[in-house]
Design a protein around this ligand. Structure first.
Ligand SMILES: Nc1ncnc2c1ncn2[C@@H]1O[C@H](COP(=O)(O)OP(=O)(O)OP(=O)(O)O)[C@@H](O)[C@H]1O
Length: 373
């Protein structure tokens, strides 16, 4: 998958920008705060309709402007198409081949991106919500169906929570509440089933990668931690089992949930965790081990995406090379060399192993102005 071209209008510190990319390595070089990450962010938004670093779309609109526009031309194995995301204070619009898409699930997944950023450490160290967001963003672009069920789950969950809140200390309508619980269980079971599949596959790939990076010394394991009372996640392979289990536990928790005015179990309360050689990395891992685990997970995504979609995603490396020692840098660069279109930001090319970067296209950035070498 290759991004041929991108256009930005009133996006962050770019008034109007038009760039042609190399199908291999693209390097954005410049001092701090010049607009390097803004370009990666624009590519990420073009793929996902959301930023990787803010939840507030309006922050991305250039100051004193009302609308920001990002458009791009993408080539994949079978076709060529255009994508466009328009951000405005009223909301956002996503277009595929100039046609507005009513549902995100029909837009996301056309352009697959994986971003490596210093904040990746939070996937291991951060709060459960960071890990849930990680799963949702990554699985969402691999599976439009997942995105559909996740959107529906969030919609019915919101409805159920609102009802629980409204009916606190009042007598609930049993029939209506049962319908809401069933809807939550139906959609939640789809979400859970796909997440279990994702974690299993992510673990398979990242285990091999992590072993290699750690010179065969470390065994990485990834676990999904469900808020449902499940004896073994291996028993949850089929949809029907998960649905009945979820519905039964919602029924069992009924009084507690009415009391607390919110839904206490379900994918919105789940988490994942990582072990190295049998010990929890978040609690016992060194900073280096945590970084390597995060790197292994990101690298595993590249392989998983290739397996699933038949071609490599586009890679965004946001100022990460300087944080990696030589060995980890070699692993990262050699595993993408010549096969993945890459966009890399850096303040300096010193310290980057140039023999692993073939013929890069270099964009020098200064105060939102770009010159190519
Ligand atoms: N909405 C906006 N409108 C105009 N300019 C903005 C907006 N948001 C951010 N900026 C500007 O963008 C610049 C930061 O760009 P960016 O985050 O891409 O930096 P960078 O080159 O990646 O730097 P670093 O190496 O420090 O990460 C700052 O000068 C900031 O003032």
């Amino acid at each position: 998958m290759i991004i041929k071209h991108i256009n930005l209008s009133h996006f962050r510190n770019y008034q109007n920008l038009s760039l042609d990319f190399s199908p291999q390595m693209n390097v954005f070089l410049g001092e701090n705060a010049q607009g390097k990450t803004n370009i990666l962010e624009a590519i990420y938004v073009l793929a996902m309709t959301k930023s990787h670093r803010t939840n507030k779309d309006r922050e991305m609109i250039q100051w004193d402007e009302d609308i920001a526009r990002i458009s791009g031309r993408i080539h994949n194995l079978n076709s060529q198409f255009s994508l466009e995301v328009v951000l405005s204070k009223k909301g956002k619009i996503a277009k595929l081949n100039h046609l507005e898409q009513a549902r995100l699930s029909t837009y996301i997944s056309h352009l697959n991106v994986i971003i490596f950023a210093p904040e990746d450490l939070d996937i291991v160290k951060g709060s459960p919500s960071v890990r849930r967001r990680f799963i949702d963003m990554e699985l969402g672009q691999m599976s439009p169906l997942y995105l559909h069920h996740l959107t529906e789950y969030n919609r019915v969950l919101k409805q159920r929570n609102q009802y629980l809140k409204d009916m606190r200390f009042k007598k609930i309508d049993e029939l209506y509440f049962d319908i809401l619980s069933e809807q939550v269980a139906i959609e939640g079971a789809h979400v859970l089933k796909e997440r279990l599949w994702f974690i299993e596959n992510l673990e398979n790939w990242s285990k091999i990668i992590h072993k290699n990076i750690s010179n065969q010394k470390e065994d990485l394991a990834i676990f999904y931690s469900s808020s449902l009372d499940i004896k073994s996640l291996d028993d949850c392979e089929d949809y029907e089992t998960i649905f009945h289990l979820f519905k039964k536990q919602l029924d069992n928790n009924r009084d507690r949930e009415i009391d607390q005015g919110t839904t206490l179990i379900g994918p919105h309360r789940d988490d994942m965790y990582f072990h190295i050689n049998g010990r929890n990395v978040q609690t016992y891992g060194s900073q280096g081990q945590q970084r390597t685990a995060a790197l292994s997970i990101r690298l595993a995504e590249i392989d998983l995406m290739k397996e699933l979609r038949g071609e490599y995603p586009v890679l965004l490396l946001d100022d990460v090379l300087s944080e990696l020692d030589n060995e980890r840098q070699t692993h990262l660069l050699s595993s993408i060399q010549n096969k993945v279109q890459t966009f890399l930001t850096t303040t300096s090319l010193d310290g980057i192993q140039k023999d692993l970067i073939d013929n890069p296209k270099i964009f020098n950035i200064s105060k939102g102005q770009i010159e190519t070498e």
